[in-house]
Structures are given as structure tokens and as C-alpha cells.
Design a protein around this ligand. Structure first.
Ligand code: NAD
Length: 508
């Protein structure tokens, strides 16, 4: 983490977006935001204190009655305008993602497209909020459900998808009639700020979508404030657990998505070239800083293991790495911060000490004249499950190859891992694939698809210590999370049609 300092220097300051305007905080703590490809400070970020966070919650509370009373159709119309605005500013937002996160520009465009798809899903609010209806559950008695807003919702998001992960949350929350306070990652806050400004431009009333920039102080205020009804969190597992337990203890509904260690099982009959291409993108794309990155390749049998490693080696050695805004066709950018790059570097040291076979050493890759937080891709073979490079989420461009003798051992290995976000199997055998999708304990499964991120109209979420709480993000689960169901059972007594009744009414 960058140093905490008092914001006095002349780099741009990033503040908070509350009640439809930028609110400055005088004095207080701030953090440096970096351009990871240049290794330079690009802005200072004001960190909200409790009072500033409460102002955002208050703005969201005040906006709630009017916004929740709007028809779903009119809320969806705001979302249609929002979609058009994002499309109009698409390239600008994608460049902002790359500048603060470091991922290459093509990858930033992909992230924004996936976020935009959630906005498109949210445009269907009138259909999504229809509820259920049963005619004649008793004689003359009908039953129906109403999906009503939860209230003020808060979202706390990680650095690795500064556009997409906030967009998993607020478009769905908003069209369901809730108002929202977003606390984005302090490492790349500019995109979430911009997304909130565009929501005002799209016609959302002031206070409907607010952004507080901050750290633990802001998060803990959101988790404990009685005016916040629901918390959506995405980030590392220890913080997800803290968010889930604290938010739940304060009576809120919470969905908290945590970390991951995603395995890709490569069966002996797999299309080897397809598996190699898939692994390269899934392990090293976005410098491995994806919650759905493949960090473990589980090869079934030594024959395919040897061939896979032989094919991967030259490609990992020559990954095209650089400043994602300066060059086209790059495969990987820098790590998000110097601290994170150094941490990944230490994991590569550790893997060597633990006795894994170093096939490609990313530390050796030279980046002459570059001050950015670059690191080459690393490939370890013969990794054992008690090594920390296997057990820990490294969140960098490091792929571990683990060898197993058969399908059963492969599934057991995946299932014994504490995380269960995503996984994949590469095979030509339909029976093995079908069995795998049934046996494996993970929330998202790919069959010959390395990063099985569900589309907007399905839901995204893991199992085990990758998710705390029952409901996944967006899709049907997102609608359930951001609404509370009320079921009405209604009987209308026979009225003028039957004339007056003078005897005691009874059930028919
Ligand atoms: P992080 O847990 O450090 O931070 C996430 C959010 O929590 C940030 O907004 C941060 O300000 C806040 N936070 C950090 N420390 C806190 C504390 N002590 N108390 C309260 N709030 C705190 O995660 P990150 O480094 O930004 O993102 C990477 C992690 O996110 C990885 O573990 C990755 O797997 C995970 N992730 C998971 C998913 C998923 O869908 N499961 C998606 C994206 C990222």
C-alpha cells in the first residue's frame, strides 16, 4: 500500500461524489494513486472519514423515497440512457482503466464490455421485477409476490476490475429501486467516480448513486451504519469474511465474494494447442490479477504434462509485456503497485525455495528503461499441494503445474482446495466433462472454456471460501439480493354482486 500522507502537493486530488456533486474533504488523510506502467504518482486520493461516509449514506437515504417510488419502466429508461453514455465515452473509460490499473487497453475494453452487459440486463427491470402470481390458492383467494427495494445499499470493490465489479452491483441495485453508496478500491478510483457522474447525466436524481473514496474507516462505517440495509463486497477472503460477519451482525444482508485459486484440469485427450492458448490467456492476462485467473494447471498423466510444459515454456518466456496504452497487441501490463509486484516476486523466490521446478523465471525478465511495476511471467512445474505457492492466492503472473495420475485425483485436488470460485476441464470426452461439472465443488465451471465468467443474465459467484452469503452477483441472484419479497394472500369478499350477507362469513 502506498504511504498515507496529508494531501498538500500539486498533483490532482480525487475526492468524493455525493448527492450529484464532487465533495471535497478539507485536510484528512490521503493516499497516492499510481500509473503502474510509468511507476509514477498520478493523483492523491482523499480518504473519507466517518463523517464524510455518513454524508453519502444520508444523501442515499434522502434520495430513496422518490427513486423507489418511480416506476420500474422509468428507472429502466435512466439505465437505457446510461448505456448510451457509456458507449459514447467507451474509449475514454477504457483508457482510464489502463492508466490506473495497468491492464492492456484491449483487456480494459473487454472489462468495460462485460460491465456494460450488466447495464443492458438492468434495462429489463420491468420484466425482472414482475413477481409471481397464483390464482385461486383457496376459493376466491389469490396469492402474489411483490419485489420491493431493500433500501440504501453499499458496494465495496477491489482494484482488479475498477469498472466491471462496481457495475455488477449498482445498475441492478438501482433498477430495483434502491439507492447506492460505492466504496471503490483506493488503487484505481477514477473510473468509479466517472461512472457515477455519468449516472447523474443519465437522469438519476442526486443521491441515487454516491461514491466515497476511502479505506477501512469508510468500510466499517458502511458496515455498521443503521441506515445501510445491504452490503455487496468483492475482494480478498480475509476482508470478505470481516465484511460478512460485521455486516451480518449489524442486521444487514451481505454478499461477500472473496479470493480464488482456480484450477484447470487437462485430461490426456485434451486438444493440447487449445489448452495451451487457453492457459496463457487465463494465467497471464491482466498480469494474473483476475479472480477467475487460472493459477493451477492440473495435468492428468505425465505424457500430456511434459508436452504441455514444453509448449508453454517458449510462450511464457516471450510474453509481450509493456505499457498497455503505449503499444498495441500486448499480452500483459505491469502489476498494480510496486508493493504488489514485490510481493509476487517474493512468491517466486519462495517457490524456488520450496523445491518446485522453475521452468520460466519471471524475475529474470528485463525491462530496461522502464520504471513501471513490471514482472515477467513465471511457470512452475511439479508443484505440490503443501507448497505455499499452491495454497496461497498469489494474484500475479505465476502458473503452477500440478501432476496427478487420474481423473479422480484431479477432482479430489480441486475439491480439497479452500477456494471454489471457478474451475475448468479441457477434454474431448463428453462423459468426463459431464461428470466433472457434476462432481466439482466450485461456483463456476468451464468445459473447454478457461475463464467461465457467467453472462449478465446468469449469476456470478463462487463456493467455499470464495463467497460468504447465499446469493451471487447480478442475474437472477442479483435481483433477489437487491429486493425483498413480500407475499400477499388476498380474498375479496363477495360484494354487491351477491347482495348483502347477514349471516356470519365462512370459508368456501
Ligand atoms: P482487498 O480485499 O484488499 O480490497 C477490497 C476492498 O476492501 C477495497 O475496497 C479495500 O479498500 C477494502 N479493504 C481492504 N482492507 C480492508 C480492511 N481491513 N477493512 C475494511 N475494508 C478493507 O482486495 P484487492 O486487493 O483490492 O483485490 C484483489 C482480491 O479480490 C483478490 O483476492 C481477488 O481474488 C479478489 N476478487 C474476487 C472476485 C470474486 O468474484 N470472487 C472478483 C474480483 C477480485
Amino acid at each position: 500500500m502506498s504511504e498515507v500522507r496529508t494531501a498538500t502537493e500539486s498533483v490532482p486530488q480525487i475526492h468524493h461524489y455525493i448527492n450529484g456533486t464532487t465533495l471535497q474533504q478539507d485536510g484528512g488523510r490521503s493516499l497516492a494513486v499510481h500509473d503502474p506502467a510509468k511507476g509514477a504518482v498520478s493523483a492523491h486520493l482523499a480518504l473519507a472519514d466517518t463523517a464524510m461516509t455518513r454524508r453519502a449514506i444520508q444523501a442515499a437515504s434522502e434520495a430513496l423515497p422518490t427513486w423507489s417510488a418511480m416506476t420500474p419502466l422509468n428507472r429502466a429508461r435512466v439505465m437505457f440512457r446510461y448505456k448510451a453514455l457509456i458507449e459514447a465515452h467507451f474509449e475514454e473509460i477504457a483508457q482510464l482503466i489502463t492508466r490506473e490499473h495497468g491492464k492492456v487497453i484491449e483487456d480494459a475494453r473487454g472489462e468495460l464490455t462485460r460491465g456494460l452487459e450488466i447495464v443492458e440486463f438492468a434495462c429489463g427491470a420491468p420484466h425482472l421485477l414482475k413477481g409471481e402470481h397464483s390464482l385461486n390458492v383457496g376459493n376466491g383467494v389469490d396469492s402474489y409476490s411483490m419485489m420491493q427495494p431493500v433500501g440504501v445499499c453499499a458496494g465495496i470493490t477491489p482494484f482488479n476490475f475498477p469498472a466491471m465489479v462496481p457495475m455488477w452491483m449498482f445498475p441492478v441495485a438501482l433498477v430495483c429501486g434502491n439507492t447506492f453508496v460505492l466504496k471503490p478500491s483506493e488503487k484505481d478510483p477514477s473510473v468509479p467516480m466517472y461512472l457515477a457522474e455519468l449516472m447523474t447525466e443519465a437522469g438519476a436524481p442526486n443521491g441515487v448513486l454516491n461514491v466515497v473514496n476511502g479505506d477501512k474507516e469508510a468500510v466499517d462505517t458502511l458496515l455498521t451504519d443503521p441506515d445501510v440495509s445491504a452490503i455487496s463486497f468483492v475482494g480478498s477472503t480475509p476482508i470478505a469474511e470481516h465484511v460478512y460477519s460485521t455486516g451480518s451482525a449489524h442486521g444487514k444482508r451481505v454478499q461477500a465474494l472473496g479470493g480464488a485459486k482456480n484450477h484447470m484440469v487437462i485430461m490426456p485427450d485434451a486438444d493440447l494447442e487449445g489448452a495451451v492458448e487457453a492457459l496463457l490467456g487465463a494465467a497471464y492476462g491482466s498480469a494474473g490479477e483476475r479472480c477467475m485467473a487460472i493459477s493451477v494447471a492440473v495435468v492428468v498423466g505425465d505424457a500430456i504434462g511434459d508436452r504441455l510444459v514444453d509448449h508453454l515454456k517458449p510462450r511464457v518466456q516471450t510474453l509481450k509485456i509493456g505499457d498497455g496504452l503505449a503499444e498495441k497487441g500486448l499480452e500483459m501490463g505491469p502489476l498494480v503497485t510496486r508493493e504488489h509486484r514485490d510481493n509476487v516476486h517474493r512468491y517466486v523466490d519462495l517457490g524456488e525455495q520450496e523445491g518446485a521446478t522453475m521452468v520460466v523465471d519471471g524475475r529474470q525478465r528485463e525491462f530496461r528503461g522502464e520504471d513501471g511495476y513490471f514482472l515477467g511471467g513465471t511457470l512452475f512445474d511439479h508443484v505440490k499441494t503443501d507448497m505455499r505457492i499452491y495454497t496461497d492466492e498469489i494474484f500475479g503472473p505465476v502458473l503452477c503445474v500440478v501432476r496427478v495420475p487420474d481423473y479422480e485425483s484431479a477432482v479430489a485436488l480441486v475439491n480439497e482446495n479452500e477456494f471454489g470460485n471457478g474451475t475448468a476441464i479441457f477434454t474431448r470426452d463428453g462423459d468426463a466433462a459431464r461428470q466433472f461439472t457434476s462432481d466439482v465443488q466450485a461456483g463456476m465451471v468451464g468445459v473447454n472454456v478457461p475463464i467461465p465468467v457467467p453472462m449478465a443474465f446468469h449469476s456470478f459467484g463462487g463456493w467455499k471460501r470464495s463467497l460468504f452469503g447465499p446469493l451471487h452477483m447480478h442475474g437472477p441472484d442479483g435481483i433477489r439480493f437487491y429486493t425483498q419479497m413480500k407475499t400477499v394472500t388476498a380474498r375479496w369478499p363477495k360484494g354487491v354482486r351477491a347482495g348483502s350477507a347477514f349471516n356470519m362469513p365462512t370459508m368456501e
